[in-house]
Ligand binder design. Structure first.
Ligand SMILES: Nc1ncnc2c1ncn2[C@@H]1O[C@H](COP(=O)(O)OP(=O)(O)OP(=O)(O)O)[C@@H](O)[C@H]1O
Ligand SMILES: [Mg+2]
Length: 466
């Protein structure tokens, strides 16, 4: 869920939506809960990036809320600065490029500390040692590098402070703390997730007591061109948008293959996701097929089926879609190349309404689906090789579906010279600009960031003492 897009602009987008006469179904607290990673990950884990979901304690939440960044002091020290080092093989524990706050005895201006009557705060490894160890172990189990998020949001607004520049890559619990504590998206998850929901948080019953969780996903470098946002209306896949709003010429030939891969994943979720309207994000990796185009060339079937052959060849170029995130059908979700007005206007011929399935004893009763038609002709993911990044502890149960009268989703791509590309590429977080100091520091390169981090640390240490 795009938290700050949500928080900073949700009021605006809600008002905007109302002004423009957009009629959204009420967004309930349950809708938001259904988009929480710990809710949907267990259902679809074989389609997800390999992840660990760690429940968070009140002590940890207080730590995240506090000013200042007091990091664990149990990390081995070293001198390597792995600024631009994304190669996991090269990973080794290092001193964070943002120096950890010094103890009073190490402090340059230690005499200014001596009058502070408050007990010194303990570092995370002493404050919540079990959780701290769990986080470090989970990162190790995920291959030594992880991308963190809470229930809904990742701290992608805080990558400027990361020692793995411009990524959410974490190779230690300290990396996780730095990102979480510096991110407004994370604060939003903890304090404002149910804003603008029905009934309003101020009215009874009280907002749900959700369990805050830390999600750690095995880190990889996604190609932005292969990330897509997919819109589901009345359990029909109606629209797919490129996520990165730059023009990628090669995507054009991949169109049918992208739609097929998204559909394949959608069919696994269509009936088991509790809501009828929702939005999901996917990453479709290149297939790990060692340059093997022979899947097509050895086919002896009808040569006139050029389009079909092309689609099959492109399908072989793409791996199966991985589920990255689930978002509510609500103004807070960015529609990218679509407009909410268009999506709200879509009428599907075969809406499937109401809850997807009801439990009768131990039996799941499916809503009746249409009769007739084939299965879409897309190979299922089950026959593909294992992928280290994908959690494969158990199999997803494919939802039954019938492709007879399937809604044909529109896949929208950024075309060459498309004005959409210009609106977004420069200011990714226009709804919540960073402080000017941060922007200046980032423009000054690594030295600037490091200097800013040092200044910021001094400031926050000072705040801690006041
Ligand atoms: N395991 C991973 N390793 C590296 N990058 C990742 C990983 N998982 C996700 N990402 C990147 O982080 C982005 C955001 O992930 P996610 O949707 O979970 O967070 P979010 O806060 O909801 O962001 P958004 O508002 O953009 O949807 C993804 O689009 C992807 O580019
Ligand atoms: Mg998301």
């Amino acid at each position: 869920m795009p938290a700050i897009e949500a928080s900073a602009s949700s009021q605006a987008s809600l008002a905007d939506g109302q002004e423009r006469g957009l009629h959204f179904p009420p967004v309930t607290r349950d809708h938001i809960l259904h988009c929480s990673y710990d809710f949907w990950f267990p259902k679809y884990r074989t389609s997800c990036i390999k992840s660990r979901v760690i429940p968070l304690t009140p002590e940890f939440i207080s730590y995240i809320h506090e000013d200042g960044i007091l990091l664990a002091d149990d990390e081995p020290t070293g001198s390597k600065n792995d600024d631009d080092d994304d190669d996991e093989d090269d990973w080794e524990p290092t001193v964070p490029s943002v120096p950890r706050p010094r103890s009073a005895s190490e402090s340059e201006d230690s005499d200014s500390d001596s009058d502070d009557p408050r007990p010194a705060k303990l570092p995370p490894n002493k404050r919540f040692p079990a959780l701290h160890n769990t986080i470090n172990s989970a990162i190790a189990a995920l291959g030594g590098a992880a991308a963190p998020k809470l229930n809904w949001s990742s701290p992608k607004d805080a990558t400027w402070i990361s020692r793995h520049p411009n990524t959410v890559k974490c190779t230690s619990a300290n990396d996780v703390y730095m990102l979480l504590k510096s991110s407004s998206f994370i604060s939003h998850d903890l304090d404002h997730a149910f804003d603008d929901t029905f009934p309003p948080p101020s009215s009874p019953p009280a907002p749900p007591n959700f369990t805050p969780v830390l999600v750690l996903r095995a880190f990889f470098n996604p190609l932005p061109s292969l990330e897509f946002r997919c819109f589901v209306k009345d359990r029909n896949l109606v629209a797919i948008s490129q996520r990165d709003l730059n023009h990628y010429a090669f995507l054009r030939s991949l169109r049918p293959a992208v739609v097929a891969r998204v559909r394949e994943l959608f069919y696994k979720m269509r009936l088991s996701f509790p809501d009828a309207c929702w939005v999901f994000d996917v990453y479709i990796p290149e297939a790990d097929y060692a340059g093997d185009d022979s899947t097509d060339s050895d086919s002896s079937d009808d040569d006139s089926d050029v389009e079909g052959k092309e689609t099959r060849r492109n399908l072989a170029r793409l791996g199966r879609a991985r589920l990255i995130d689930i978002n509510p059908w609500a103004p807070r979700t960015d529609t990218l190349l679509f407009d909410w007005a268009e999506l709200l206007d879509v009428r599907v011929a075969w809406p499937i309404l109401g809850p997807a399935s009801a439990r009768e004893g131990n039996k799941t009763v499916r809503l009746p689906l249409r009769i007739g038609g084939g299965g879409g002709g897309v190979a299922t993911s089950d026959d593909e090789g294992e992928d280290d990044d994908v959690d494969d502890d158990e199999d997803d149960e494919d939802d039954e579906y019938d492709d007879g009268e399937e809604y044909e989703p529109e896949l929208r791509l950024v075309e060459q010279d498309d004005p959409a590309a210009y609106n977004f590429s420069s200011t990714q977080y226009s709804a919540h600009k960073l402080p000017k100091d941060v922007v200046d520091a980032s423009l000054a390169g690594q030295g600037g960031i490091a200097e800013f981090a040092r200044r910021w640390q001094r400031i926050t240490e000072g705040q801690d003492r006041n």
